[in-house]
Ligand binder design. Sequence first.
Ligand code: SF4
Ligand code: SF4
Length: 381
Amino acid sequence: MTVQAEAASDNACHIPRLDFELTPGCDHACAHCYNVWNADAGDPQAGYDKSGQLRTPELLALMTKAVQQTNAHHITLTGGEPLLRKDALDVVDHACSLVSSVTLITNGSHVGPAVAARLARAKVSAVQLTLLAADRAEHDRLKGAVCFDDTVRAAVELRAAGVQVQVCFVAMHENARYFADVLELCFVLGVRSISYNRMSPTGGAIHHVARLMPTIEQIEANLDVAERLGRAWGVHVATAMPIPPCLIRLSRYSWVKFGFCSTGTSSPNIVIDAAGNVRSCNLASGVLGNLVRQDWADIFANPYQRRFRRNVPAMCKGCTYERSCQGGCKESAFATFGDHSHPEPLLWLAQHPQWREEVVDSVRQVFVPLARLRGPRAVGA
Ligand code: SF4
Ligand code: SF4
């Protein structure tokens, strides 16, 4: 029986979408970056193995195998910065030949007219750019790079080429007040879709919680803006990072589409890195298996996702929203506290506002006694 026939006979491990991290490299330096390979030595997520990056033929073959075995119909290409790969546009072409819907997430610094035209020819469904402020200096300060003009120019070039543009706004303590300006800039640029993600610290970002984690009041004010201006101007706003309903009454915001943790659901945010390592989402550092060496059915059978789903913080047990909310983002709880069942940083900060002062830019000072895993870790088995 062929691999495809095997997969077709077992719908149980079919999933609708896949993320590919094309490279861990990036030429921006965002303090809020969630990439797990940026964790410091001693952090719970430390030691993610970046070796074994696949060359073009192997990467394309991996993508084909992944789509055939998972039956996915949507691919997100991300990084790091995916366009730093010399073969990135060939990879985009290949992804578009495999599935009907492809999104490219890029920092925007490498999208000129020629790249925009190539993405249009490939029929990419959307390109996601990040805007952290509508003010050049503030955006660049938060991105750690001179890139605001590049990002705006990329949006203009992509729109001119006929490619749909989405904007990602990462809501942080230092930029939440700029959300209305960013929404207005999106409207002016013709962008009609914003992914609103409150900061969720993993990777190296756990060391910037005190400075960057937004308050509940700031998130609520942003949602008020999304409801009022987004609706008035036809700019759709969706959240990918969960916002626990015990912190904010989400039913007040009918314009905003709220997302919750997808790990262990029928539409998980499975991520495959450029060495073929498979993780349960892009904030997770635990490796479920390697799709170069294993088949998807074997990797999918890893019990990690099911255990993860059952493992909610004690405070969430019996909550009306336990099944959907799951206690927020449990991978950020692990990254920050070394424990998936610890209340995640947004919840913890809401309950312990003094924590912001206590951590003073380094959670390690406070949480050294908590369990830490060193080095690359396989999960599940
Ligand atoms: S743990 Fe859940 S909420 Fe957090 S990033 Fe992963 S899928 Fe999203
Ligand atoms: S599941 Fe937990 S975090 Fe989510 S709303 Fe309930 S108590 Fe709050």
